[in-house]
Design a protein around this ligand. Sequence first.
Ligand code: UDP
Length: 332
Amino acid sequence: MRYVISGAAGFIGSHICDRLVDEGHEIVALDNLITGHRDNIAHLTGKSGFEFVEQDICKPFSVTGKVDRVFHLASLASPVDYLNHPIETLESGSTGTRNMLELARAHDAAFLLTSTSECYGDPLEHPQRETYWGNVNPVGLRSCYDESKRYAEAMTMASHRVYGIRTNIARIFNTYGPRMALNDGRVVPAFIDQALRGQNLTVFGQGSQTRSFCFVSDLVDGLLRLSESPERYPVNLGNPVEMTILEFAERIRTRFGNAVGIEYRPLPSDDPKIRQPDISKAKTILGWEPVVPLDEGLTVTIDYFKNKISAEPAGASLCSSDRKPAERIGVL
Ligand code: UDP
């Protein structure tokens, strides 16, 4: 089949490309490289059937030739990135989703939206099932991401209802693995990066907030299964093993022989207090559940970051602790 994938040079997008190229499919890989990196797909360049196009999917574009599947992954997924680029984040969820849906419609292709557990906001239901409507602050700092994805889901459902496009919606929970950007500010790369550099781990708040971490190969498997399913309503994809951020920090410290300490920092606004996917639906309709234990996934991820850091040119540190949301006019 021939796939068009937005956000193909990003963390999850690049892993999907790997799987599909291995399976002998053709890919038109789109990315505007705002947070994606050429490095993530460099090994695919020149492989038969793989084509990279530097493209902002919020601007008009077309793809020639047949298209069987359209996957829309382009988005700024890390809180630090979407706080730095709130307008671009809203645009990729709104105009970007519309353009990718139009592409699917023009080619009579099936469409997959990668949505997010952020649709549940700071949830009042636990664990989160797909039927929960969420608790999102529509005007808070995180709203640029949460509301863009909620809009993207609504646009996807409307496009299915009005045009009959075969659509799928994945609600992705915290995912980790090689090719996350070292300095993207999310907790997995941040803690590993800090531990590798001998710095204290920056725990936000008291670290009592919970998350559930899914290894990227498990997620890719879930996404590909979902893309072949007739299910039109959202499906949670994530690992249900939940822990507090402090427990996660301790896990990382242990991996590094407790050589680093913990430094507490203020909790960002609207940071969800709990998050755990209920994956009963994915288990039932896709026969899917994660198989990679956290310790195994962390070994691979730590190795990846170790190599990245050792390849850094001297003085060009991309240390995650240096990342801060941009100063904004009229900050509230
Ligand atoms: N977090 C933290 N220290 C960091 C980065 C993140 O304690 O250096 C916390 C953050 O406040 C959140 C959790 O870890 O509660 C997961 O954050 P992440 O940015 O990875 O993703 P989120 O789940 O918030 O989208």
